[in-house]
Write a protein that binds this ligand. Sequence first.
Ligand SMILES: *Cc1c(COP(=O)(O)O)cnc(C)c1O
Length: 369
Amino acid sequence: MTVPAAPQPRPGILSIDAYVPGKSKAPAGVKLHKLSSNETPLGPSPRAIEAYIAAATTLELYPDGTAEKLRQAIASRYGLDPARIICGAGSDELLQLLAHAYLGPGDEGLYSEHGFLVYKIATLSNGATPVVAKEKSLMTDVDAMLAAVTPRTRIVFLANPNNPTGTYIPFEEVKRLHAGLPSNVLLILDAAYAEYVRRNDYSSGIELVATSNNVVMTRTFSKIHGLANLRIGWLYGPAAIVDVLNRIRGPFNVNGPSIAAGIAAIEDREHEDKSVLHNAHWLAKMTAALKTLGLGVTPSVGNFVLLHFPDEAGKRAPDADTFLTARGVILRRMEAYGLPNALRLTIGSEEANNAVLDGLQAFLAGKAP
Ligand SMILES: *Cc1c(COP(=O)(O)O)cnc(C)c1O
């Protein structure tokens, strides 16, 4: 038997394209407007910053490995049982832990056509097979998802609203998806943008988690709470699934300053409301203005919009990206999501939003950057 000349990773790992984060550099001397990673323009609650700084006096101590106070703060905010919450280093860590616990070689992880890239990475990392269900008008198609379920399906990932499309499906549709799944399939509701949604037929899924043994919901402090740099996410799920994750997570996966900042952030309702209102105002305004410029805009309920460019030499998404980057306006390229002629724009500050509109107007008029 021939022995490989070097250590070999588990099958599947080398078919992963590493996640490429949004760009964050402007040309020298140009003001940067980073609108590529769905961060909030309002920043975190000032109380979260204070709590973070105060935690700097105890850096030599290990954090509370169970993040008990943070789980209590989340539980009291949403009326949940803290024992059924688990915190992670971003919800990305929780998605990875779920895949690690419930997927292996021969199993299938299912998600929709333009679903969040981490689902594919998490599936392949565990030697399982990614299965992709077609979308309809850039929206999750529950019938297509159910049709793609096989006896090997173990996890169904659903970002609702979805990133990068910004679209959502009503709670009735989520329930229909759940009702069509075999009982041994785990449904992951990734509600990273739930706080931004202002639709009566939307739900993050808390009620479905509470009444099922095969549904979890993940949430994050990275978006509305403006704490992306601290890496805090949380999951609400059945006790048995939380127990499984607690066995495999790092014993101190969320650090003390993050726990302190997270508690302050979730208790500051005023700051959260301000972010929601800022976004609602500018999401509507930007959607209308971008359409007026002649771009295709996918209707979004999140804090970002997907822009579609003309299929014309010099006017395509990569051209626009180069043009805007020269002006310090950084959007997200979408090739990795199978949307090569689109860019994703995060709703920013008034100044940044106007810089985008000015930039795109100049671009479409054929001016120099
Ligand atoms: C941003 C985002 C997350 C959150 O990531 P964190 O690891 O919590 O920063 C999860 N899911 C989707 C769809 C996202 O866009």
